[in-house]
Write a protein that binds this ligand. Sequence first.
Ligand code: AMP
Length: 329
Amino acid sequence: MTTTVTDAPGRTRRLTGFQPTGRLHLGNLLGALRPLIRAQDTTESIALIADLHAMTMEHDPASVRRFTLEQATVMLAAGVDPERTPIVVQSQVREHTELHYLLECVAAHGEATRMIQFKEKSAAGGPIRLSLLTYPVLMAADILLYDTTQVPVGEDQNQHLELARTLATRFNTKYGPTFTVPEGVRPDSAARVMDLAEPTMKMGKSLGTGQIGLLDPPEVIRRTIARAATDQAGRVRRDRENQPGVTNLIDILAETTGRPPSDPTSYAALKREVGDAIEALLAPLRARHAELAKNPDFVRRVLADGAEKVRPIAAATVRRARAGIGLLN
Ligand code: AMP
């Protein structure tokens, strides 16, 4: 299991990151994991479990550790092939933090404070960790470390990708060619899954009752779907503005089965179909997860192996950055 990620010129390399702040959900699967798995034959990818990012807000150490291992296990269960797609825990490749510091030396304070996510999260009140301000720079380090050429991004991540591009270009201009400047891509197959209870918001790890965890038992999934917000229109059709809940259910059905709803009038029938489709999608994943979870040492080895595979790329990048910026190598 120790082939090194190749570094051929003209190659494509994608980095997809997941924060171990909670359980992976249907949005993570349809929006990030499945596109990654589908592209495994044609595109080199790294799946990054960004545990350092999970500490930018008040956190529980035991939960971060647990979710890190759980997310890796779910990725394997979903079909990530670690032979082709290294699964890497960010903190296990120390070059992330070293490059973070070097990039802070070319980033401006104003660039960090302008980040929308910083503004939103810091507005919530309570003490603000300095790492919340600087984490987009760490994210830039995550991307640039691996000579990433493509970063799958949703709209809310555009600003972070732009910062990575800006810092790479600035560093290259000031200190000589060092980093590959990445492009944002939207994989064709990536869906944006909305919260089932609050369908105007993206399904996320921290919302309340409208998320479908990939390991949720069938009865919990059925209940979540049965309670999904709909409307009074009584028509099963896509209309994101006026019928966001129904539109989300139709989209989930299309993503999971490739089929439109069979009955254009019944929300109950739509929910039943969505429930069946999700159960068909998740039952095999749940079963594989149950098997893998019996052997956490295997999963830990996969992670150690992932780190080992990508470390040479990370080390080479940091060596170039150190030399450029004036450090003794
Ligand atoms: P996060 O859950 O924020 O760590 O995101 C991990 C990956 O899942 C990123 O590539 C996100 O863009 C993707 N993702 C997260 N939530 C959703 C969602 N509701 N719909 C589609 N993709 C999502």
